[in-house]
Design a protein around this ligand. Structure first.
Ligand SMILES: N[C@@H](CCC(=O)N[C@@H](CS)C(=O)NCC(=O)O)C(=O)O
Length: 213
């Protein structure tokens, strides 16, 4: 397996958590999105959508889109499941995962923030306001769902699931952007718990070979 990723990219971090939880080794390839390497000719051959992560499987298949990669890993390495068999329990986990992957991440992705700033001329302060607004909207929904259906030290119970794989990187990014998350105590409790778990620690940005503080 080869993973093309960036240490601070939350979509990459999702996949790294799943790989670590499932105990799957991979070769690291850093793609620095701060200097637009994701838009290089070489990277576009791997991912026409100009993003990270990209997973290249042992038989040479190139996979893009973190949620598709997570599904591939779930089906290929079922020994440590991140989704339960129970249909309703699985849907509950996917609800939280998709608030983050489908509602929150896309509007705050680097290319969106860059477009707002460089093409539409918003200020740095307005950019941060935009970012924090969508973080608050998304985490308000996640907090409500965890309050209704969550239990245990992870989002759902005492084992990590796909919801945790998506939640932890999004919290890490929000904290990096200076968001005040005190209105989301359940989200923060899960984040604090996961920070202590070896698989989550191995997947963290500061453990990646190309990490820059
Ligand atoms: N929906 C895609 C998004 C991939 C993506 O855009 N990743 C971000 C990093 S978190 C990226 O490469 N951004 C570069 C850019 O926006 O130009 C996925 O889940 O894999």
């Amino acid at each position: 397996m080869q993973l093309y990723h960036f240490f601070n990219s939350s979509t990459s971090y999702r996949v790294r958590i799943a790989l670590a939880l499932k105990g799957v080794d991979y070769q690291h390839h850093g793609v620095n999105i701060r200097i637009d390497e994701q838009a290089s000719e070489e990277h576009i051959k791997l991912n026409p959508a100009k993003g990270v992560p990209v997973l290249v499987t042992d038989d040479g298949q190139t996979l893009t889109q973190s949620m598709a990669i997570l599904d591939y890993l779930e089906c290929s390495y079922p020994e440590t499941p991140l989704l339960p068999d129970n249909t309703l329990a699985k849907a509950r986990i996917l609800e939280v995962a998709h608030i983050i992957a489908s509602d929150m991440h896309p509007v705050n992705n680097l290319r969106i923030l860059s477009y707002l700033k460089n093409e539409l001329g918003i200020s740095e302060e307005q950019k941060v306001t935009w970012y924090q607004h969508w973080i608050n909207e998304g985490f308000t929904s996640v907090e409500a769902l965890l309050t209704r259906h969550g239990h245990g030290s992870y989002c759902f119970g005492d084992k990590a699931t796909l919801a945790d794989c998506c939640l932890i990187p999004q919290v890490a990014n929000a904290l990096r952007f200076g968001c005040n998350l005190s209105a989301f105590p359940k989200v923060l409790a899960v984040y604090d718990h996961c920070q202590l778990q070896p698989a989550f620690q191995r997947a963290a940005p500061n453990q990646q070979p190309d990490f820059i503080a």
